[in-house]
Write a protein that binds this ligand. Structure first.
Ligand code: LLP
Length: 412
């Protein structure tokens, strides 16, 4: 939803220079219509081809306004902590559309999820199954579960975000799946509802998803032979997006269509996209606060640092950086765009060909709606950023900029 109005770069119909003037920088800015469209693209294909729920992986972005908007159009939620379940309930997600994964669910979190009647737990170990069964007994409810299965598939992505490979901490190994279900079948307070797998994130090829799906289908068949019929197949999230013009991502429609072909028609399906719903709807608007030429290198020092956007430092992730006014014919120079933090890992982009920006000019970092604000911290005692939602020509502050006083809020 980026476009130019004369010389000015806009999100939907709002000039970024107006956002900078009204809300200050650095600021996360979201295009409402972009993420609504992204969600609808998933939902319409699932509705046309089968039954099920699109559960937004709210770890990608847990801003309450964004969650509320998604909940309001029928989205479900994939959660990984009691805090995420709390946020989702506050944002009016229907509990019967909330699923809960994670290798380290605490008793307190499990009890909270049970009392709030979420759709199901994606159980990651047999010890966790025991704990869930015990707590469900105490709370006097049946815990609905799926096992998260590790299908041992290499998704060809950054090693930190590959989860379905052999040797990761996630899920129950593929070969132990049937045994786990047979154990679960005997638990008094547990109801088996489905099967789950999530092989990783930022995956640009359909192939590993299909390999994983076929392995899951084999387990489903084996379970049926053992008298266990599953209602839900949860295919996880992980579909990648195009961070650069050289990348090509499959569409959500293609992912859903191809995976549904693997399974029987009577199943219900869950998909857990995070990045492919919110990443390209989010931007980080930054200001150039200094420029520097040092040892043959040009630096632009901005008011956003690695605490505000961790992805470049953590994964050497690439995010495009563009000036917010059209600069025609300007000479471009190789530039490192960096933040104010005392670490050499504090960069937004390295060796970027950019026009020479003046002090006080603004630039936009793209595709940061997923795992941008969500992973930010107060490192270097830098207060959390403001977040602004754009809807057509309207802007709304959806998180106020934190103040220095906020840094001390919980200290005694
Ligand atoms: N389901 C489960 C169980 C997950 O663990 C995740 C992400 C998702 C769904 C959503 O995956 P997505 O559709 O967003 O790829 N911080 C990293 C990404 C970590 C992903 C963790 N799990 C990054 O900035 O790239």
């Amino acid at each position: 939803m980026l476009n130019f109005k004369n010389e000015d770069l806009c999100i939907e119909q709002v000039k970024l220079s107006d956002i900078a003037a009204e809300y200050g920088t650095s600021t996360y800015v979201y295009s409402k219509n972009q993420f609504i469209n992204n969600f609808e693209n998933y939902k319409k294909v699932l509705d046309a081809k089968g039954k099920g729920i699109i559960c937004f992986a709210c770890k990608a972005n847990s801003n309450g306004t964004i969650l509320k908007l998604l909940a309001g159009i029928g989205c479900g939620a994939d959660t990984t902590s009691g805090g995420e379940i709390y946020r989702c309930l506050k944002a009016n997600f229907n509990p019967s559309k909330i699923v809960y994964a994670g290798v380290g669910k605490t008793s307190e979190e499990i009890e909270y999820a049970l009392k709030n009647k979420i759709l199901m737990f994606n159980v990651e170990s047999l010890e966790e199954l025991d704990v869930i069964d015990n707590i469900a007994g105490k709370v006097k409810v049946k815990a609905k579960i799926a096992f998260r299965i590790n299908p041992c598939v290499d998704p060809d992505t950054h090693s930190y975000i590959a989860t379905g490979k052999k040797g990761t901490k996630f899920g129950i190994p593929y070969e132990d799946a049937v045994r786990a279900y047979l154990i679960a079948k005997k638990k008094k307070n547990v109801k088996i509802l489905g099967i789950h797998s999530h092989i990783g994130s930022q995956i640009l090829d359909i192939k590993p998803f299909k390999i994983a799906a076929r392995k899951i289908k084999n387990i489903v068949n084996d379970l049926e032979k053992n008298g266990i019929r599953l209602e839900y197949i949860n295919c996880g999230g992980g579909l990648g997006i195009e961070y650069t013009m050289y990348q090509k991502a499959p569409s959500p429609g293609r992912l859903i269509s191809e995976l549904l072909l693997v399974f029987d028609k009577d199943k219900k399906f869950i998909f857990e996209p995070g990045r492919s719903i919110i990443a390209n709807a989010g931007y980080l608007l930054v200001k150039v606060i200094y420029r520097k030429f040092s040892c043959g290198k040009n630096f632009l020092i901005t008011d956003a640092g690695m605490n505000d956007l961790m992805r470049p430092a953590l994964y050497e992730a690439y995010h495009e950086i563009i000036p917010i006014r059209k600069i025609i014919g300007a000479q471009k120079v190789k530039t490192d765009v960096v933040g104010p933090i005392c670490e050499s890992g504090d960069f937004i982009g390295k060796d970027r060909m950019l026009p020479v920006l003046a002090l006080g000019e603004y630039a936009l970092v793209t595709c940061v709606g997923a795992y941008g604000a969500a992973m930010s911290s107060e490192y270097n005692s830098r207060p959390l950023l403001a977040e602004v939602l754009v809807d057509g020509s309207k802007t709304t502050l959806i998180r106020r900029r934190a103040k220095w006083e906020d840094l001390l809020l919980n200290e005694k």
